[in-house]
Design a protein. Structure first.
Length: 232
C-alpha cells in the first residue's frame, strides 16, 4: 500500500453560495527537515492553483503570505474571503502527497475555487510554529512563481535539491551517507572524509574507469548532491 506522506483538507463555501468563507480541516504536514513533505504539499497546492487566480489578486496573496510568515494578525475578510473555524455547511477539497515506490506523487481533489485552495495553504502555514513558518515562506514564494508541471523539477526547485527521491527527501543526511558509502553508524563525517568518499565513489562509477555509461550521469549527480548535503 502506498504511504500517505502529507495531507491538507480545505473547507470552503460552495460555488453558488453568496458568502465566501474558508476553513481548515485535517492536516498532516511533516516539515522536518524543511521543507519536508508538508512543505512540498503546501507548495504544490499553491503552484497548482495560483495560475487560475485573478491577476489583480495575486499581489495581495504575496502580501498575505508575508504577513503570515511574520506572525502578524490578519484582518478578516481578506481577498474576498473570511477565514473561520466553523465548517458547517461548507464543501471540502482534499490534497495529498503519496509515496510511489521511491518517488512521490501529488493528488488534488479540488471542489472549490482556485483562490480558496491557495488561501487554505497559506492559512495552514499560519498553524505551524514560528521557525517552520520562516523556513517555508520562501518555499511558498517559489511556488507562487512556478509555471510548469508538478514533477521532479518542481520538487527540486522547492526543496533546493538536485534529487527528488522519497528517501532523499525523507532523510537527506541518511541518504547522502548511504550514497557515498559510509558505514552504518556514521553520523557526522568531516568534510575531508566526505571529499575522500566522493572521489572514491566517483572513480568507481565513471565510464573511464568501467562504470555503466547509461547511468553514470544520474549517479554522479547523486554523488554531487550527497556531498553538498554533508558539507553544508
Amino acid at each position: 500500500m502506498d504511504p500517505l506522506l502529507a495531507e491538507l483538507e480545505v473547507w470552503h463555501t460552495r460555488p453558488l453560495t453568496p458568502t465566501r468563507r474558508v476553513s481548515l480541516g485535517h492536516m498532516v504536514l511533516p516539515c522536518d527537515p524543511a521543507p519536508g513533505f508538508g512543505g512540498l504539499l503546501l507548495g504544490a497546492v499553491v503552484a497548482r492553483h495560483i495560475i487560475d487566480v485573478d491577476d489583480e489578486l495575486v499581489p495581495d496573496v504575496h502580501r498575505l503570505l508575508m504577513q503570515v510568515q511574520r506572525g502578524e494578525r490578519v484582518a478578516q475578510p481578506r481577498l474576498r474571503h473570511r477565514f473561520q473555524v466553523d465548517r458547517h455547511g461548507m464543501a471540502r477539497s482534499l490534497h495529498r502527497l503519496w509515496g510511489k515506490g521511491d518517488e512521490i506523487e501529488f493528488e488534488f481533489d479540488t471542489q472549490g475555487s482556485a483562490l480558496q485552495q491557495v488561501l487554505g495553504s497559506i492559512y495552514a502555514l499560519e498553524r505551524l510554529d514560528t521557525s517552520t513558518r520562516r523556513l517555508l515562506e520562501p518555499v511558498l514564494m517559489k511556488a507562487l512563481q512556478w509555471r510548469g508541471p508538478l514533477g521532479a523539477a518542481f520538487v527540486n526547485h522547492l526543496a533546493g535539491s538536485k534529487t527528488s527521491t522519497l528517501r532523499s527527501l525523507a532523510d537527506p543526511r541518511a541518504w547522502a551517507l548511504e550514497i557515498l558509502g559510509f558505514p552504518a553508524g556514521t553520523t557526522r563525517p568531516s568534510n575531508r572524509e566526505v571529499a575522500k568518499r566522493f572521489r572514491s565513489r566517483l572513480r568507481e562509477v565513471h565510464p573511464d574507469h568501467g562504470g555503466d555509461e547509461s547511468v553514470a550521469s544520474s549517479v554522479i549527480g547523486d554523488l554531487s548532491e550527497a556531498r553538498r548535503i554533508l558539507t553544508d
